[in-house]
Write a protein that binds this ligand. Structure first.
Ligand SMILES: Cc1cc2nc3c(=O)[nH]c(=O)nc-3n(C[C@H](O)[C@H](O)[C@H](O)COP(=O)(O)OP(=O)(O)OC[C@H]3O[C@@H](n4cnc5c(N)ncnc54)[C@H](O)[C@@H]3O)c2cc1C
Length: 399
């Protein structure tokens, strides 16, 4: 594998970086360092996210990787990675991880012509935001056992049940929902995928506040919600197979490694400018070793992310799950190590967020509290280890 970018790719990278650098000059203070918190915790952050999404849509950059026949440019995945890297370098918003990252490729794969013509253009233009309606209080790792029902009634499906942990559900226009259409079946065979609007009668969104008080996550309740039958994506009772494919789109975890690099660079500046016992922290051998080790691990993760994009390109969108699990597991634990070490280096000041004494505007403390969810969101650490053992190492699958 050749890691060096071609001249065209270098030019593209510069074009993306110049755009994001410029756009971030308008970021409101509420947006902070971005991520899910920046996008969802305040109205200002969300408006900024949507404004950037529209600009990206006008440039055709949200749909660059889509096949030409669906309004994209058929750009190779490696260019998508370069784009994501440039965006994350500047902590920029504008790319809906659910609409762009998961639902659009699902539509491209399985929707009918009418659905693609209706649903893809607003996503490409950055006009709509999506949330993911999969997990339930009793169905997370074992998602196929979910119990929210969607029962056919004439030209509608009637939905009843509850979803949980719905990131951004309080701001999203639409959801892609996984629900049980066959109640005789208790597992994957009876599930279907739907597109639905979040303002339909019978939908109630309740906040789940994170431990630091941030509102990103939600419970979503459905009481006799009527979804038009034409909004079922793929075949009835064929939703589990499709959802397993949705899980496999763009899973390089590049965002984790770029965010980690941004934060370690912040820490390098911090230790150069802050003293302990009369000496700059940058002179402390333990501090130097810790930061050097983190940077080295970030470089390893970065390489792994590129390897995944490379593998994806070789094997199409759906590729060996093991490498993606490795990156997710390594990246989420690495972010936690960065947050732990950084707040440790800062001492008691590292525990401050909203205070004039909070180092780096409290960003490390915020990261310390928020990063706990990375072990669970998008498939828990134990599930990733199971996949690596089973798919990657060929060990027997344990059900
Ligand atoms: C921050 C955050 C954001 C999220 N956002 C969304 C969202 O937007 N939309 C959405 O649908 N869901 C979302 N989720 C839900 C997430 O996908 C689930 O929490 C996750 O899949 C785990 O499911 P669970 O919570 O039911 O835990 P469980 O599946 O009950 O797991 C509990 C523990 O048991 C372990 N475990 C379970 N099965 C096995 C096994 N076979 N082998 C070994 N160990 C096992 C798990 O690793 C975990 O430690 C989010 C979760 C978090 C924390």
């Amino acid at each position: 594998m050749d890691f060096k970018l071609t001249e065209e790719q270098e030019a593209l990278k510069k074009e993306f970086e110049d755009f994001f650098q410029e756009v971030m000059k308008d970021a409101p203070p509420e947006y902070g360092t971005g991520g899910l918190e920046g996008t969802y915790k305040t109205d200002e952050g969300f408006q900024f996210h949507m404004a950037v999404a529209k600009k990206l849509g006008e440039k055709g950059w949200l749909s660059r990787a889509w096949p030409k026949e669906f309004g994209g440019q058929g750009a190779p995945l490696i260019e998508q990675l370069i784009f994501n890297e440039a965006k994350d370098k500047y902590n920029a918003p504008g790319v809906d991880m659910f609409g762009i990252g998961m639902f659009a490729p699902t539509l491209i794969l399985a929707a009918n012509d009418e659905q693609r013509e209706r649903l893809l253009p607003p996503i490409a233009k950055g006009e709509v935001s999506y949330c993911q309606g999969w997990s339930e209080p009793d169905a997370g790792s074992d998602l196929a056992s979910l119990t929210t029902t969607a029962i056919r009634n004439g030209d509608h499906y009637i939905v009843n049940g509850q979803k949980i942990w719905t990131s951004g559900g309080h701001k999203a226009d639409c959801m892609f929902l996984l629900a049980r259409t066959n109640t005789e079946e208790k597992r994957g065979k009876g599930l279907s995928v739907f597109h639905l609007k979040m303002d339909l009668p019978g939908i109630e969104v309740r906040p789940i506040l994170y431990m630091n008080g941030t509102h990103i996550y939600n419970e979503v309740f459905f009481k006799d919600v009527k979804i038009p039958a034409k909004d079922m994506i793929g075949g009835e009772n064929e939703g589990w197979q499709l959802t397993r494919q949705t899980m496999n789109f763009e899973r390089s975890s590049i965002g984790l490694f770029i965010e980690g690099k941004n934060r370690v660079r912040d820490m390098v500046n911090y230790v150069k400018t802050h003293k302990k016992n009369g000496k700059f922290l940058s002179e402390d051998p333990i501090v130097r070793q810790k930061l050097a080790r983190l940077y080295m691990e970030l470089d390893m993760g970065h390489t792994l992310a590129y390897k995944i994009a490379f593998l994806q390109e070789q094997g199409g969108l759906i590729f060996a799950a093991s490498a993606a699990s490795e990156a997710k597991l390594f990246g989420s634990e690495l972010i936690q190590r960065i947050a732990n070490y950084s707040t440790e280096i800062m001492g008691l000041y590292g525990q401050l967020t909203e205070s004039e004494w909070a180092p780096l505007n409290g960003v490390m403390n915020e990261m310390y509290t928020m990063c706990m969810g990375l072990n669970i969101a998008g498939g828990s650490t134990e599930i990733q280890k199971n996949i690596i053992a089973w798919v990657g190492l060929g060990l027997p699958r344990i059900r």
